[in-house]
Design a protein around this ligand. Sequence first.
Ligand code: ADP
Ligand code: ADP
Length: 226
Amino acid sequence: MAAITMTNIVKRYGDGFPAVNDVSLAVQDGEFMILVGPSGCGKSTLLRMIVGLEDITAGEMRIGDRLVNTVAPRQRNLSMVFQNYALYPHLTVFENIAFPLRLAKVPGDEVDRRVRQTAELLELTEHLDRKPANLSGGQRQRVAMGRAIVRDADAFLFDEPLSNLDAKLRGQMRTEISRLQRRLGVTTVYVTHDQTEAMTLGDRVAVLRKGELQQVGSPRELYEQP
Ligand code: ADP
Ligand code: ADP
């Protein structure tokens, strides 16, 4: 686990107005931070700079004590859950969750132990031998989450992971993500444009507007000073 410290982060695509403009934000070790704001305000861009999928134009990005501006995504030891959580249709739930461990050449018995532990946490144990096509939407989303948390990552990054689900399922998954994050105590940054999600999920909320950080505080603090 590690803190994520952003200092005066700027992102310019081409020579237009910056997509992210001088953002400084410190996510504490173990904290659940929400990034919220309207479409186009720079949430995904900021998240992708944390993960390393986007170059940083100016500023410093630190994970723990390490300056990661030029560190490749694979070397950052972070786990990201995308909006379109593509599962491998020809692989079982077990192998979908195991995939990052196989890539990292983790020994078989260790893979087995970790996948079962993760499945237990996400209530997927009975479905380990199934293929994604035979799962419900919520179960598929949990498999995608399992794949992200099965590694010992320093932090989890979520990019609108629930936006393709219906309202009922979204509510359920919100509760689950929140429970899971508290149980694991892993530093988490969660992007959403959904106010309800922002105000119910995290420890603190960072509000972005037109690439700039407008407010940071606990949901209670934001609620009391509109
Ligand atoms: P979001 O759902 O986070 O708002 P978008 O649908 O705006 O994301 O963008 C989806 C993808 O298109 C992203 O990879 C983003 O970087 C890219 N993208 C967004 N805006 C532009 C743009 N003006 N020019 C090129 N690519 C863009
Ligand atoms: P959000 O996630 O809040 O919807 P984004 O980070 O996707 O916002 O986008 C922030 C701004 O940067 C938008 O104006 C978007 O069009 C622009 N943008 C995003 N990705 C690209 C890209 N690959 N190329 C050019 N412009 C982009």
